[in-house]
Ligand binder design. Structure first.
Ligand SMILES: *[C@@H]1O[C@H](CO)[C@@H](O)[C@H](O)[C@H]1NC(C)=O
Length: 452
């Protein structure tokens, strides 16, 4: 029975999934050329590109301090669970509040952001904010790359990553060419305007990002993304393949069962680990355990995909609540094992300044609700799901984070969905550019160089 089971189980499961999913042809997907998410009546965009600087009013900072001083953390840690298993450890949260009130300096962080040239321009009725950073003139070959962030992040995640892309030689990466980096804030995140109408999905965002690149004069460009950024850049590549030279991702958006062969190998790789090329995954690849972790760790997604306005109200009203909600993700998504630590391992990879700046960008813009609505729009726009099966022929890089909760996707799966020409494994978690900027940038350069 042994060997027979090993072969029959994956075949049976694969065939089953194929019949319910893969054999149904991809639904006709039409993407409109234009839409309007601004306030009021449809009007043409003002295509001007305006310089932008972050400048938070002192009153906002004073109000924040006042709220932090009056914040109420009245629950104590369970006596036998001084860790992150029940969510953000309240002892740790008190320490973080103390740091935020007494040591954290927003103006210093604002200066880090403002070292990058920033702009806004109107697209589909919304002011879209973006960083646009050019390499030094010494580079004769410059390639444009759009770098897309996700939730609960923003462009601040890229502050160490961007200088590596724009000036690799200075940072010990051997490359004759450099990138011009365009890092937009997703509308509803950072300093991009919040959509005022329903329907601003990841597909709409892909269209808006493409329009941004066209407006900047680039009809062909490179893409890099993780989290929503991986989904946005994937959709952009699927719908507008002619505009994309190559796609680099640190998370592969592979829906279970999206390809018959991928699903087959996913299960076979669990039963017969030696069929996987990744040594690391041979040790611990188990699609069902991964599914279990997803159930435990994605409650936030269900809430945000159904009632974002309800869930976001208290977060937008309480900085300490917002910090707990957002920063908890930087613990578990960086390494699931950090849940066992009293401090969530938060400072193993990030400083308090870095973590609090991510939160500050949500707080000062008051846009946690609009960032959460992006989940609702994803599930409401059925085209995102229909496109999950569409193969990407554009050369694609899969930089797999070994602690990535959502990826851990063997190349045996990703190669049936994307034309994977470059695969690498990096000891990093979900926030790749923030945690491991150099290995990630090195992967981008190697991928692009090998295509030449
Ligand atoms: C994948 O990309 C490479 C490099 O551009 C190309 O040579 C190859 O034909 C592509 N493969 C598929 C299946 O599209």
């Amino acid at each position: 029975m042994g060997i027979l089971k090993l072969i029959l189980v994956p075949v049976a499961v694969g065939v089953l999934i194929a019949t319910v999913w893969n054999l149904i042809p991809e639904k006709e997907v039409t993407v409109e050329e234009n839409n309007f998410y601004g306030s009021g009546k449809v009007r043409p965009d003002n295509t001007e590109i305006k310089p932008f600087k972050v400048a938070v009013d002192e009153k906002v900072i004073d109000d924040l301090k006042h709220r932090l001083q009056n914040s109420r953390i009245s629950h104590s840690v369970l006596e036998d669970s001084d860790d992150f298993y029940y969510g953000f450890n309240s002892k740790q949260l008190l320490k973080l509040r103390d740091y935020w009130l007494n040591k954290y300096d927003w103006r210093k962080q604002e200066a880090i952001l403002n070292q990058f040239p920033q702009f806004t321009t109107e697209i589909e009725g919304l002011q879209v904010h973006f960083l646009r950073v050019q390499p030094p003139k010494t580079y004769k070959i410059v390639k444009p790359i759009l770098v897309a962030h996700g939730w609960p992040g923003n462009v601040f995640e890229f502050y160490k990553f961007i200088p590596l892309l724009t000036d690799p030689k200075k940072h010990g990466i051997n490359s004759d060419f450099a990138f011009e980096v365009i890092a937009p804030s997703i509308p509803g995140y950072g300093w991009s305007e919040q959509p005022k109408k329903t329907g601003f999905s990841q597909l709409a965002c892909a269209r808006v990002f493409r329009k941004l690149m066209l407006r900047l004069g680039y009809s062909k460009f490179y893409l890099q993304g993780g989290d929503w950024g991986a989904i946005i850049t994937s959709l952009l590549t699927k719908v507008y393949p002619d505009n994309v030279i190559a796609l680099h991702m640190n998370m592969i958006p592979a829906m279970p069962g999206a390809s018959f062969m991928g699903t087959f190998y996913d299960i076979l790789g669990w039963l017969v680990p030696s069929t996987l090329s990744s040594k690391e995954l041979q040790k611990n690849h188990n699609p069902f355990a991964k599914f279990g972790n997803l159930i435990v760790e994605t409650g936030y997604m269900h809430i945000q995909a159904t009632k974002p306005d309800t869930a976001g109200t208290s977060l937008n009203d309480s900085p300490i609540g917002l910090a707990a909600y957002i920063i908890e993700k930087f613990s578990t998504w960086t390494n699931l094992e950090y849940r066992a630590l009293p401090d969530g391992g938060l400072n193993k990879k990030f400083t308090n300044d870095e973590l609090l700046t991510i939160v500050m960008i949500y707080w000062t813009n008051g846009n946690i609700v609009s960032s959460q609505r992006f989940y609702r729009e994803f599930f409401l726009d059925r085209r995102c799901e229909a496109l999950a099966k569409r193969y990407v022929a554009v050369p694609t890089a899969h930089a797999s984070g070994l602690n990535e909760l959502y990826d851990r996707c063997p190349i045996e799966v990703s190669r049936y969905l994307y034309n994977i020409t470059h695969y690498t494994e990096i000891d990093m978690g979900h926030f790749a550019a923030f945690e491991a900027p150099k290995p990630l940038a090195t992967s981008v350069f190697k991928f692009v160089k090998d295509l030449e």
